[in-house]
Unconditional design. Structure first.
Length: 262
C-alpha cells in the first residue's frame, strides 16, 4: 500500500455536555483499555494518573438557581499551527509528535526521559508523570490488555485516542484490500463505554462521519480557543455560562474592568 493512497485524517471527538451525567464510565473504560496504573491511595491527585478526567463546573449561583455541568477532558490532540502543538514543540527527545496521517498527538514512553516540558506546555493539564513503576494486585496482570505496554516510572503519559485500536483496524482493512476504514471500525473505549451516548468519535474532516456534522452545531465550542491551539475535542452545550467557562471567561470582562485577550 503506497503512501499516495493514504488520505490525511483528523480524528477527534464531540462531547455533549448536556448529556454527560458525570458517571465516570469513560474514565474506567480508559484505564482498563490502556493499562493505566493506579495506587492503593488515590487521594493525592498530584501523583494519580487518569487519561480521561471529569471536571465539575458550576454557574456560581446559590440554590435554587445553581446549575452543575460535568466536563470530560481527555488529551485535546491539538493541531496547533500546522501540527506544532504546544507539547510537540517543546519536547527535546521527540517523545511526542503530531501524526499528520491521523491528526493524533503520539506519546512514545521509550523515548521520554522525564523532563516534563510537555506537562508545563500543555494548557489543559492532560499529561501525567509516572512517579512509580506500576504494581498490579495479584492476578490482575492476567487481565491487562496485550495491545498496550504498561509504562515504566520516570516517563510522561497521556490519552492516545486508543491508537492501538486504529492500528488493529487498519491491519484488518489492509488484509481485506481496503484503503479506508469504516467509521465504526475505529472507536475509542470511552466512546463505546458512555451510557448516555455523550461522546462521538470519528474523522473531523470526513463528511460521512457523524463528528463532521455535529461539530458544526451552533452549541459547539472548544476549550481555551483564544490560545489558538486548535484542539480536536469539541463540546456541545445549550448553556451560555458553560461555553463561556470553556474559554476561561472572566465575569469582569463584561463590565470592562478587565480586557479580553481575544
Amino acid at each position: 500500500m503506497t503512501q499516495e493512497y493514504r488520505k490525511e485524517k483528523k480524528y477527534g471527538m464531540v462531547i455533549d455536555l448536556d448529556r454527560c451525567t458525570g458517571c465516570g464510565a469513560c474514565m474506567v473504560a480508559c484505564m482498563a483499555e490502556n493499562n493505566v496504573p493506579f495506587r492503593d491511595n488515590e487521594t493525592d491527585k498530584l501523583k494519580s494518573i487518569t487519561w480521561m478526567r471529569i471536571y465539575q463546573l458550576t454557574n456560581g449561583k446559590s440554590y435554587p438557581n445553581e446549575e452543575i455541568c460535568y466536563l470530560p477532558r481527555p488529551c485535546m490532540h491539538c493541531e496547533g499551527h500546522n501540527g506544532h502543538s504546544p507539547c510537540v514543540t517543546v519536547c527535546p527527545a521527540v517523545a511526542t509528535d503530531y501524526d499528520r496521517e491521523t491528526g493524533i498527538v503520539s506519546q512514545i514512553p521509550t523515548r521520554c526521559f522525564g523532563c516534563r516540558y510537555c506537562m508545563a506546555a500543555c494548557p489543559y493539564h492532560a499529561r501525567y508523570f509516572n512517579w512509580w513503576d506500576p504494581v498490579w494486585p495479584e492476578g490482575m496482570e492476567k487481565s491487562l490488555s496485550p495491545n498496550v505496554s504498561p509504562r515504566m516510572r520516570g516517563v510522561v503519559e497521556k490519552c492516545s485516542f486508543c491508537f492501538h485500536r486504529y492500528q488493529l483496524a487498519y491491519e484488518k482493512a489492509a488484509s481485506e484490500d481496503r484503503r479506508e476504514l469504516r467509521e465504526n471500525e475505529y472507536q475509542t473505549s470511552c466512546t463505546q463505554a458512555c451510557p448516555a451516548g455523550a461522546i462521538t468519535f470519528g474523522d473531523l474532516i470526513n463528511k460521512n462521519h457523524a463528528v463532521y456534522k455535529i461539530k458544526k452545531d451552533p452549541r459547539a465550542f472548544r476549550l481555551l480557543e483564544r490560545l489558538k491551539t486548535n484542539p480536536k475535542i469539541y463540546y456541545l452545550s445549550s448553556r451560555e455560562w458553560v461555553r463561556r467557562a470553556g474559554d476561561n471567561y472572566h465575569p469582569e470582562e463584561e463590565t470592562g474592568k478587565i480586557k479580553s485577550h481575544q
